[in-house]
Design a binder for this molecule. Sequence first.
Ligand code: HEM
Length: 152
Amino acid sequence: MKNIVYAAIGILALSILAVVPSNAEDKSLYERIGGYKGVAAAVDDLVERLYVNKSLNQNEAIDLVHKQKEKAAFKLILATWVMENTGGPKIYFGRDMATGHAHLSISHREFDIVLNECLTTFYQLGVGQKEIDELMAGLEAQREMVVSAKSN
Ligand code: HEM
């Protein structure tokens, strides 16, 4: 009888552990990357590098945007997108991804360049591997909406 009671307690404990998420899993990606401060640091680092990326600036439409002296505004709008899309406050006020990029004729190659720069930023800031994987998957999911060039 005693054994049955112990076994029942054991099963109960295991099933509670299985349904109650641990603290880390409880937190949104936004929280795990440091909230608005983490997002601001990442966007700041990334945009500085994108603006001087010679390969990207071979695309005249991108080069034109980069010469417009609106870098601070670009960082702000990008930060709101990242915040909203990582489970943070829903404050993105820009266009949808397809509309916001249609005029830039972005190629798959340029998309890859941007994703590589994102990865460099995440490594540089010491973002954890689990979070990097989630962030990169979220960015990759935008590819079909962002890329509009006829050729690669
Ligand atoms: C993961 C994918 C991407 C995300 C999440 C993203 C996010 C954004 C956001 C939120 C905006 C503002 C939209 C608006 O003004 O309403 C934007 C604009 C812009 N993006 Fe992206 N972007 C991505 C990929 C790219 C790529 C691959 C490039 C270039 C190769 C690029 C270049 C630009 C430029 C130049 C603008 C400014 C357009 C303008 O103001 O005329 N983006 N992006």
